[in-house]
Design a protein around this ligand. Structure first.
Ligand code: TRP
Length: 453
């Protein structure tokens, strides 16, 4: 247990878990997915996934982490030695590296946009802004360099250990981020054309609610946004003390994470629809990078707001990136006895190598989209593979493991330690044993069938 560390303060865990959850998933991923999923229908599905599937699994993952006090592979082993369950933990470790490999590329974009927003380089008319984004993302070497910077900083934070690095950064950043988002939302909803954007965002087209692709995307996005289904919360839970009630901490994290995602939608769609001819599904992963610079251009002192926004977004992305890398790092420390330093350096470099194709993918998109098996660009492939499949499968395995192997009564012992607050505990048990695994299997099976068919 030497090189592990625990959180510095009572509030520290919530801060750190929120720091992990709040990131590109909320501000870049959520609006992008809403745009792909046809607006409010996606929002509705997303909220249902958060409440009925992800929130219960978050509690399960945290409880398992706090009980076993080790990395994902070790956690499964500790509860059920001499079984193959450790392989679930191995999927988690791989998913951490896989997700970070495209996450770091997007974080590199936000890093560059600090400069672009400050200098006005991104342009001011909608056409200029769009063309600028396309040109910027097709420059391979620039993107590779930015990805390297993000990975180096992420590794650097982890070298400083758990407590000092993550908590301090989050405590500073989170209130500023929320404040700035509120200001931007207030501006966005008063733009001409905003009403159309709000309708798109809030009034569901029910034919989309029954689209299995949209359901799967909502499920994947919910897992991704909560940092759930690959052991990040398990590892963070292992640093949690018994003085903190798990259910309450989980509720705070879910509330904050969901509020920030919804807030981002209140910025992107009203300001997007204020641009003539705007199509929310057309710009794909570039959505926020083409909508936001336009919004900043309408604000007095817009370059200042823009730069501040991208600084905060980059910081939010870094606290999340740190939590992604922490899973493989914790694994190397706990399971293989590596010193933290070696674990961080090896994993940082390994992830960077995997990230290279993602960083180059936009420039080389012709090559990647020509891949016969997938017929999608490289980034979409990564998001489909990790978010839409690996994370729900990880959540499924966690629910089954906690519900049937560790068992609900044992888990409740951990959850109720020191008389912790946990209303609805019976319902939680039912969700973990039956509803969550069933819902995930049905969604994934239907998704696969619709992909083949
Ligand atoms: N949740 C983070 C975000 O929204 C990303 C993230 C961090 C993550 N750790 C994770 C996603 C673990 C999946 C699993 O930006």
């Amino acid at each position: 247990m030497t090189d592990r560390g625990t959180w510095g303060s009572r509030f520290g865990f919530v801060l750190a878990a929120a720091g992990s959850a709040v990131g590109l998933g909320n501000i870049w991923g959520f609006p992008t997915q809403v745009g792909q999923g046809g607006g409010a229908a996606f929002v509705l599905l997303y909220l249902a996934c958060i409440v009925f599937i992800c929130f219960p699994i978050l509690i399960a993952e945290l409880a398992l982490g706090r009980r076993t006090q080790t990395d994902p592979v070790g956690a499964f082993r500790a509860v059920q030695p001499n079984s193959r369950w450790w392989m679930a933990g191995a999927i988690f470790v791989a998913a951490g590296v896989g997700i970070l490999s495209f996450y770091a590329v997007i974080a590199g974009w936000t890093l560059a946009y600090i400069w672009f927003a400050a200098t006005g380089a991104a342009g001011s008319s909608a056409e200029e802004i769009g063309a600028f984004f396309t040109e910027f993302t097709s420059s391979g070497p620039v993107n590779l360099f930015l990805t390297f910077v993000i990975m180096a900083v992420t590794g650097g934070v982890l070298l400083g250990g758990v407590r000092s690095g993550i908590e301090r950064m989050t405590k500073l950043m989170m209130p500023m981020l929320i404040g700035l988002l509120l200001i931007l939302a207030a501006r966005a909803v008063t733009l001409p054309g905003a009403a159309e954007g709000l309708a798109y965002y809030l009034r569901p087209d029910f034919s989309r609610v029954f689209d299995i692709g949209t359901v799967n995307a909502a499920l994947g996005q919910a897992f991704f946004s909560l940092s759930l289904g690959m052991g990040t919360m398990l590892v963070y839970g292992s640093y949690l003390t018994r003085r903190e009630g798990i259910a309450k901490a989980a509720l705070m994290v879910v509330g904050l994470d969901t509020a920030i995602a919804l807030l981002a939608g209140f910025i992107i769609f009203p300001s997007g629809f204020s641009i003539p001819g705007f199509d929310p599904s057309a710009s794909g992963p570039g959505l926020i990078f083409v909508v936001l610079p336009r919004l900043f251009a309408t604000l007095p002192g817009g370059s200042l707001f823009g730069a501040a926004f991208f600084i905060l977004l980059t910081m939010a992305a870094l606290t999340s990136a740190v939590s992604l890398l922490e899973v493989p790092v914790a694994h190397c420390i706990d399971a293989h006895g590596w010193p933290r330093r070696k674990a961080v350096i090896v994993m940082t470099l390994g992830t960077f190598c995997l990230a290279a194709p993602s960083a180059l993918a936009n420039g080389a998109s012709r090559f990647f989209s020509a891949l016969p098996v997938v017929g999608m660009d490289f980034q979409t492939l990564m998001i489909t593979m990790w978010n839409n499949f690996a994370l729900p499968i990880g959540g499924f395995l966690t629910a089954v493991f906690v519900g049937y192997v560790w068992r609900i009564d044992k888990a409740l012992e951990e959850l109720l330690a020191e008389q912790a607050w946990f209303p609805g505990r019976q319902l939680w048990g039912v969700l973990i044993r039956y509803a969550c695994p069933f819902a995930i299997v049905v969604i994934l099976v239907y998704t696969v069938l619709s992909m083949i068919g």
